[in-house]
Design a protein around this ligand. Sequence first.
Ligand SMILES: [Zn+2]
Length: 189
Amino acid sequence: MTNQELLQAFRETGALLEGHFLLRSGLHSGQYFQCALLLQQMPLVERLGAALAGKFDAGSIDTVIAPAMGGLVIGQEVARQLRKRFIFVEKDDHGKLTLRRGFKIAQGERILVVEDVITKGGRVQETLDIVRANGGQVAGIAVVVDRSGGAVSFGVPTQSLGQLQVETLDPTNCPLCKRGLLLVKPGSK
Ligand SMILES: [Zn+2]
C-alpha cells in the first residue's frame, strides 16, 4: 500500500476532516485524520492489517498489544492475521495508560505494539514502558499513519503504512483562529 493509496482511503471513507482542530501536541491544524472513520470498513481494515502484518516476521512475535481506544481495531486485526494473542492497555482514572482486566505479560514475551496514528508518539512510548516494566520485550511497532514527520524514534523496528503530513499551525499565529473559526478538539468526540 502506497502513501497515495492510504490518503485515498482516508478521503473515500470521509476520515480526512477539514476544519479547525486542536491537535494533541497543542498545535492547531486545518485538517485531521480521524482513523476511527477509516477503520469502519472491515474489508479495508483487513487490507490495512495485512499490509502491516506483512512488514513483520510472525515467528518473532508472541503477542500484539495496542493502546485503547485508537489502536484496538487495527491491533486486533494485525494480531488476527499474525495468529497471535491480542491485549490492550487503556487509560486509568488519571489518563495514564495501564494494563488492566487481568492481562498478563510473561518474562521475555515478544510483543508487537500496534497503533493507529502517531504524532508525538507519547501513547506508543507509554505502551513500550508498560511492556518493559512487565518483563516483556518490544518486538516492534506498527502504525497505520505516521504523522511525526520522522521526528520520533523509539529505538525498535517501526513500520507504518504511510507518512501523512498535515500542516500544523502555531496557536499564537493561527490564521484559522484569526478568522474566528471554532476550535475543535477531535479524537473521541
Ligand atoms: Zn487556530
